[in-house]
Design a protein around this ligand. Structure first.
Ligand code: XIL
Length: 461
């Protein structure tokens, strides 16, 4: 190995999780016995990580090592997430760019940061046909077998105790209706047994790691690819091939929407006796429709007891691998989007989006407007409401449109109108943490007038 960083035994993480589950179990038992009163003033969790943890899940994100120097990126990462996946730095081409030469430096930066924050790390990915260095492609059967097993061994040993879950094999099945294995160098040279061999090697290197098969387009239960992966996992389980988990990448867009039977797919896999995880979630879109889909995926995971956590594929839209789709939970300025609030609230949290205590006691808030979409006849406006230095219980503000404009739809708030119908008062559904933000939105039928609506001031209590 090229780096010789000191690594702990992993005891820190092991202890913190053991402690967490002990506390959860204890509180659960006491509550069952009627010994714990729910405090009326207890506030809901206001970060994704805390809210997910209160549901016995983790909430993770993909991290790009090159972004760890950006303070807003790191602040959002550290505040909201308790698990990370290296977006690229643990792929074969990054870790072993030429045969026998391992470069762990970028991945180590991610792992050191995450472990320093007490976060878990998902290892992604040991064997994948993509982002695979050219030297692997040119190996013959025996050399490829050794190289695969050696890569798994070196990488897992390096991260033993720090990475608790590995995507051992990624994307080994074809898209479309064939249900066939993907035509990769591994499949061509090693035949059907290569996936099984990779899992057996992984188990022998780190018997404590959770071993996952990870893929995309495996969300709709009836698709041929989903069925093919299911059959493989069922076969592995029945023959005792070591597999612990199936990862669902969950890259959604209008051509590949969140299926409405998603929880059934997750449940059917879980019923095989493996954990399921949503591993690379991103959903193209914006506003309320994106928020609803994010809420639906979160709900699907919560509905399946063996769905142990969700990872989104990046912190902010601006660095997303498909940033033009704005598929993530934070916009380019690290403002929490409606999708963020949908996830947080589905996890039982509230407020959120940033901030955190301190300051004076004056309840105040500010509002800012942006236009998020425009069509030939209408546009969507979005208002970001931000609490001042103190938490607030509620907020309200006004939006005045300019006749003959008419507001035809609203989301994320309780609207009421004056007699003219031109002044909408929007009231919050809930409060905000200090410095926290939320958004509400509305569609304005322009009726020929494209003047920007006028915002009133924000009132907080
Ligand atoms: C993507 C990264 O996000 C990009 O930065 C990179 O250029 C290509 O790979 N399935 C996976 C991920 O398993 O590793 C991919 O990540 C997205 C699709």
């Amino acid at each position: 190995m090229s780096t010789a960083l000191f690594r702990g035994s992993g005891g820190r993480r092991a202890r913190s999780w053991a402690w967490t589950s002990l506390v959860t179990a204890t509180v659960g038992a006491l509550a069952a016995a009627g010994l714990v009163a729910t405090a009326g003033t207890a506030s809901a969790q206001s970060t994704l990580a805390d809210a997910a943890e209160s549901q016995g899940r983790y909430f993770g994100t993909a991290v790009a090592s090159g972004r760890l120097g950006e303070s807003d990126y790191v602040a959002t990462l550290d505040r909201e997430f308790n698990s990370v996946t290296a977006e690229n730095s643990m792929k074969w081409e990054s870790l072993q760019p030429s045969q026998g030469y391992f470069d762990f430096s970028a991945a180590d930066r991610i792992v050191d940061h995450a472990r320093g924050q007490g976060m878990a790390v998902r290892g992604h990915t040991l064997v994948w046909h993509s982002q695979l260095p050219g030297w692997v492609e040119s190996l013959g059967t025996n050399d490829l077998r050794s190289a695969m097993n050696n890569h798994i061994t070196e990488v897992m040993q390096h991260y033993q105790g720090d990475v608790d879950t590995w995507d051992v094999v990624n994307e080994a099945f074809q898209d479309g209706g064939s249900g066939a294995r993907r035509d990769s160098v591994f499949q061509r040279r090693l035949g059907d047994g290569w996936i099984e061999e990779a899992f057996r090697t992984a188990r022998s290197v780190d018997p404590n790691a959770t071993l996952c098969y990870n893929d995309y387009n495996t969300d709709a239960w009836n698709s041929a690819k989903t069925q093919a992966v299911y059959d493989m996992v069922a076969d592995f389980v029945s023959r005792g091939v070591p597999i612990d988990c199936v990862g669902f990448q969950a890259h959604f867009n209008s051509g590949n929407p969140v299926p409405n039977n998603y929880h059934e797919t997750l449940q059917n896999f879980a019923d095989l006796g493996v954990d399921v995880q949503i591993t690379e979630l991103d959903i193209a879109g914006s506003g309320e429709s994106q928020a609803e889909q994010y809420g639906g995926v979160t709900q699907a995971c919560l509905a399946v007891s063996r769905c142990t956590g969700i990872t989104v594929w990046g912190v902010t839209d601006k660095y997303s691998w498909r940033s033009e789709d704005t598929p993530l939970l934070f916009d380019g300025d690290y403002n929490a989007k409606p999708a963020y609030h949908a996830v947080l609230e589905t996890l039982g949290g509230s407020g959120g989006g940033g901030g955190g205590g301190g300051g004076d006691d004056t309840a105040d808030c500010t509002v800012t407007y942006s236009e998020t979409d425009r069509w030939g006849d209408r546009f969507n406006g979005q208002v970001t409401v931000r609490a001042g230095d103190s938490a607030i219980d509620s907020w309200s503000t006004t939006v005045t449109v300019h006749p003959p404009q008419k507001i035809s739809a609203t989301w994320n708030g309780d609207p009421s109108w004056d007699s003219s119908g031109d002044v909408m008062t929007m009231r919050s559904h809930g409060g905000l943490a200090a410095g926290g933000t939320t958004t509400f939105g509305f569609t304005v039928m322009a009726n020929g007038n494209w003047t920007t609506p006028t915002l009133g001031s924000c009132t907080a209590s």
